[in-house]
Design a protein around this ligand. Sequence first.
Ligand code: PMP
Length: 306
Amino acid sequence: MPIEPVETIWVNGELVAWEDAKIHVLSHALHYGTGVFEGIRAYETERGPAVFRLTDHLERMRTSARIFLMELPYTTAQLRDAVHELIRANRLRSCYIRPLAFRGFGGEMGVNPERNPIDVVIAVWRWGRYLGDDALRRGIRATISSWRRQDPNIIPPSAKATGAYVNASMAKLEAVHAGYDEAIMLNPAGFVAEASGENVFIVRDGVLLTPPLAAGPLPGITRASIIDIAGDEGIPVAERDLTRADLYTAEEMFLVGTAAEVTPVREVDERVIGDPGPVTLALQQRFFDIVQGRDGKFSEWLDVVA
Ligand code: PMP
């Protein structure tokens, strides 16, 4: 999806003009993938732009950094203020927010990252539907990838690390080239982990099922929110290992994530699930009511930009 430039990007504590936010070609992260990042959305609400679970996202970035022995040079409160300042400076009513902390250029080359500074940037831009405008209404076609989600002892999948996304990219490329919208990745043990950039839910006998975190998905913030919303709706939820056949025979299936929001899946590898079902539609509706500030139940999830 094309990025439409805005005026400024936050770079190491300063607001820098969009076109000047550049890095050195010998930055460590560019060569070795040594960065951690987040994807966050701010929604337009009656009270102003509301960032969905901003602190939770920034805390997850700190956790990702910790796994890679990176100490973020800003507190969560400072990063939260930076996000607010940036949205105000760019006069955005809704946007996608991309914080990134990476090993920059410290004058040396080699896989040990420690001689390189930790640079932190935050960019915001206007963004529509990640999987296309029809996806939310009609659902998408997914395929089981031939690429496995990486083992936790190769690169921890619980950390949102830039380098790890080579794995997701390979799966996405394969799926798109085969004519599908999205790739579902199995873990090394053969159970469903997640999609290339979303967590997976299915419905079976009226129960909402999703792979446990031990199966190796990213601990998605939308995933956690959907589990809470389902609880509030009285929909039973269980975290359980799922096989590809569980997806092929699901009564309903959907993917969740900051970018994809709540996207129904209508088919997996030619096994037709069909139009979005009642559980999917109820959770999708409730999700949008909450993020757009129409439903006060989980109002603590909205961080309104003054
Ligand atoms: N899995 C992967 C691999 C992702 O990249 C994302 C997007 N961050 C998700 C799941 C969904 O996570 P969240 O709901 O926190 O955006």
